[in-house]
Design a binder for this molecule. Sequence first.
Ligand SMILES: *[C@@H]1O[C@H](CO)[C@@H](O)[C@H](O)[C@H]1NC(C)=O
Length: 468
Amino acid sequence: MATIDSVNNAASDILGGSATNQAVVLSRPVLTSTPRRGWLWGLGVLGVLFASAIFNPFTGTQETAIDIDPTDYATRTKHVLSTTPLIDGHNDLPYLIRSELKHQIYNDKFTFNTGLLSNTDRKKLRDGMVGGQFWSAYIHCPKDSATKKDVPLEDPTWTLRDTLEQIDITKRFVDEFSDLFQYCTNSTCAREAFSNGKIGSFIGIEGGHQIGNSLASLRQLYDLGARYITTTHNCDNVFGTAASTVTAGGEDKGLTPFGEEYVDEMNRLGMMIDLSHVSHETMRDTLRLSKSPVIFSHTGAYALSKVLRFAPDDVLRKTAEKGGVVMITFINRFLRPDDPDAATIHDVVDHIWHVAQVAGWDHVGVGSDFDGTPVTPRGLEDVSKYPRLIELLMERGATDDQIRKFAGENILRAWSEVEKVSEAIQSAGKKPNEALWDGRTWVRSEMSPPIMFRDSIGKRIPSYLGDP
Ligand SMILES: *[C@@H]1O[C@H](CO)[C@@H](O)[C@H](O)[C@H]1NC(C)=O
């Protein structure tokens, strides 16, 4: 979701916007893939004579395409995307379902199967050969309705409830179209979903403000299936400074001390840390502290666009050192801050190329923000257009191997590394982090005089214990 300083969501603009243009229509991928191991490999090699690819979803290895003209980008693209899942880091369809349908999808209004004017529907996903999607559980930063300013951090809000609703609708949506989607909470399942011909469906939460200032809530959101959290959206929170604060002239204080505890607990849980939307110092502090790779679910290169939520080159290099992945977004006004209406698919190619040059092809990916931004670049109107993006990268010189990494192997590798670090931390016996935010307030009954411990018994106020 790309809103900057207003609770007006992008969604409301979309239906009034241009109808989508489906110039690129590719046939549905034909999956020839089944797990092959050991002696079966010999049979697989024979199969190459008949099928253009052999894909092992458990190792991610693929035979190189044979008999494809290297300049036939469309055929190469179809080949690569039918043997490697294209996984997008950020799509806000769950927020459109919230704002426009109030979460009601079991009726004739929600025409996901027959077509929607917005960026994502069944046909567009198939035309776009999408292999996996992180669906965003986004709720805006809470604002005071009168002043439109951020509410104080300790004020109670509906944000955590609303986040639960976004998780609920994402699961119900995925379940309702289970012939198309497969819900997953780990990287192994993501590969399996693709080899089943399904679009793996995962949940990311787009803002540390959504978790109630509480590491206990964070753990419960993990248990509900969320697998990344964007440390901030467009407001500072108890964990760190947002890029939008620095844009507005505020100080970049990076992570807070409680934010350091958050990083520690995210690593232990195996929840990916997403650094889209955070300030540059929050990026650097996190990269210094995190034991796991970090991701950017939807960002760009600061060297090309001077928007502070984009990652500068030192951050790109550090993200690479940590094994992370920088997924490039399609938001016009960030791609072309000088002239948003002029943004095209070529600007996205430029950002991908820059990250590939600075961080390497092992550390770049795709994170559109489709359905979270009211306007999209020319040539990338909706989720059906990913193949065109791949073709342009090939035209510029990317190899099939580099494309596989970009499309999905990098995010799957980073995710599985986050899982491994978590397993190692947990098997070493580390307990859940009990740190509390120092601005935490407690209600009166939580402040009652101690009765659990002998040395405090004398300090009891007997009257407070009340009648039975
Ligand atoms: C991954 O998810 C699948 C599907 O939910 C589950 O069956 C499997 O046990 C999970 N694997 C791990 C290692 O957690």
